[in-house]
Design a protein around this ligand. Structure first.
Ligand code: URA
Length: 239
């Protein structure tokens, strides 16, 4: 890749600042001082130094995607667009995969990374990672439902869910809106929880996953890299 692009991506300032660092002869590639930004470098093979400090180039990527309905939470799929297809070519680092999954008809936050150990740990039951969903159902939610969610819903197959918090935002005979917080991730969990209290989910949006909260400026299908602050908050899963 181009040296100026690499330094820019690594946070050595604006393109102008990178140019200045180069002209000031402060960049070395292996044993050679390089002043031209368009010099091609292979950061995984060559040693690159800025002001005598070795540049560490990682190919790690961490994105939050606002998944639209219709897109599958998979790396590849023969029939449907996948969450990885939503990532632009320039950001498509090797090994990207979605951490956890949303149904095809669910929208909202999907965390995508190529850091396998991090994703694995975030899904490990030990961490009880929390997930918040905004749910629209076809009936009137009641305080009895709130209590049933708190006590742990039992599915028809006998599985009893962990205690979950249900916060009713709006309720009428034909439609209710609520927030649900869960700490586990069974197949179709939210839909099955509502079916167990006799209600059908008509719209489901994940608005948070672990420490990550869906960025409201992301339109459906858009994604962005996690901020340093968001990354910092995920560090605990690596300890
Ligand atoms: N629960 C569901 O039923 N579907 C999802 O996509 C996520 C949680």
């Amino acid at each position: 890749m181009r040296l100026d692009k690499l330094l820019f991506e690594l946070g050595y300032g604006s393109r102008g600042s990178v140019k200045k660092i180069l002209s000031a002869r402060q960049v070395r590639v292996d044993e050679e001082i390089v002043t031209l930004g368009n010099t091609n470098v292979s950061p995984m093979i060559q040693d690159i130094y800025v002001q005598n400090k070795r540049v560490i180039y990682t190919k790690e990527a961490y994105y939050m995607l606002n998944k639209p309905i219709g897109v599958v939470t998979a790396v590849t799929d023969e029939k449907h667009q996948t969450v990885i297809d939503c990532i632009d070519g320039k950001d498509k680092k090797i090994g990207l995969y979605p951490v956890g999954r949303l149904d095809r008809d669910t929208k909202g936050l999907v965390f995508i990374t190529n850091n396998g150990p991090l994703g694995f740990r975030m899904l490990h039951p030990k961490y009880h990672v929390s997930k918040r969903y905004e749910v629209v159902v076809n009936a009137c939610l009641t305080q009895e439902d709130v209590i049933a969610f708190r006590n742990g819903i039992t599915f028809l197959d006998g599985y009893t869910c962990q205690s979950a918090s249900l916060t009713i935002i709006q309720a009428s005979d034909t439609k209710s809106i609520a927030l649900v917080d869960i700490h586990e991730g069974k197949f179709h969990q939210i839909k099955k929880m509502f079916l167990s209290v006799g209600k059908k989910v008509i719209s489901l949006t994940r608005i948070s996953f672990a420490e990550l909260v869906l960025d409201s400026s992301l339109k459906e299908g858009e994604y962005r890299a996690l901020t340093p602050n968001e990354l910092q908050q995920l560090k605990k899963y690596l300890q």
